[in-house]
Write a protein of this length. Sequence first.
Length: 415
Amino acid sequence: MKIYIIKASAQSAFKDYKQAMGAPPQSINALAAAAPEWATVKILDETSQAPANEQESADLVVICMSTPDALRGYQLAEVFRQRGIPVVLGGLHPSFMPDEARQYADAVLCGEAEQLFPQLLNDFYEHSLQPLYKSENPLTMQGLQPYPQALIDLKAYGNLNSVMVSRGCKFKCEFCTVHKFFPHFNVRPVSEIVDEIKASGGQYFELHADNLIADREYALELFAALKPLNIYWLAEATLNIAEYPDILEAAAESGLFYLLVGLETPSQAALDAAGKKFIRISRAKENIARLHDYKIAVDSAMIFGFDQHTEDIFEESLDFVADIQLDHCDSVILTPFPGTDLFNRYEREGRLLTRDWSKYDCSHAVFQPAHMTPAQLEQGAERFARQYHSLGRSLKRYWHRQKNLGWQWQSLTSQ
Ligand code: SF4
């Protein structure tokens, strides 16, 4: 049985952002890993590879998609179903909007894939495919199959491997899908991560976790096990990592060279209201400096449109990211993705302006902001990006990177 697994991706700011992050995505690789041996699987990531081959011969097509890619996913589903090939939809958007997704699919896969996919394939094989597969119990990550290296075109990701470490987060930020999609925080046994890294033979890895230091004892155990492997790795974690000297040192010694942190905004009031009280903006500069002491680059986005933001936030954010010497920053418009508490609140308050999911790409104002017009929000976010990339600011950043990161920035980020 031939299964074509696609990560749908529409041309958008969201795609550009995800492409720049550049590691093999969890959705399609977790599915491919969970497929039984009797299935022949092919995967295609439209974010980093070519568009899906609409003429691909397959018995079953599985399409994963986030909200900004939902229309692209539905369009692909229609093409394959017109060819008589059954389609399953999965990933974030179908999991949060299963009734909508069912209109475009033969089955919808909600939640973590691993525990449902073998059953779904078995049902399909026996001509008893159900319309909805929904994970009810938390998945144990022990014994998780490694990503299928033979199916992944690493060149599309700049030779950056990805290894699953943990899922979920102990925090519950209002705008975040993580704690909704993974209601339980789960870690993978360290020995299985080490085995997968060794077997891959790679040197550069994304350690896939929504918040790598959510369990600090586990993080220490993991970093100690990674140290002898002589690898380089990047990950997502809160900036609070810098407040635990033992964890930071162990992370650096085990190969951490690039950290994505959710700093979001210089407005502490906005962070507090969004459930991110644990980030203290007043300590950001000092914490980033601690990461720089270990030559670790720090990347974060500035999110615009919180209820506490006025039009001053764009200029304030430019000054902020320069002052704290952030190494890379993207401009993002707050986006109430379906499934989040933010989406539900805006819906209750009558502030959602559209359900055109293609506009939920973090570059459009899809809700009514509290203290500006949607146009002012979009123009302000654009202005921030333009000024952030101006020659003067870029040169200043280059100089800071040389000072803070030296050779490491040049050589590792070109991998
Ligand atoms: S800390 Fe990050 S991953 Fe965790 S809920 Fe908040 S935004 Fe999501």
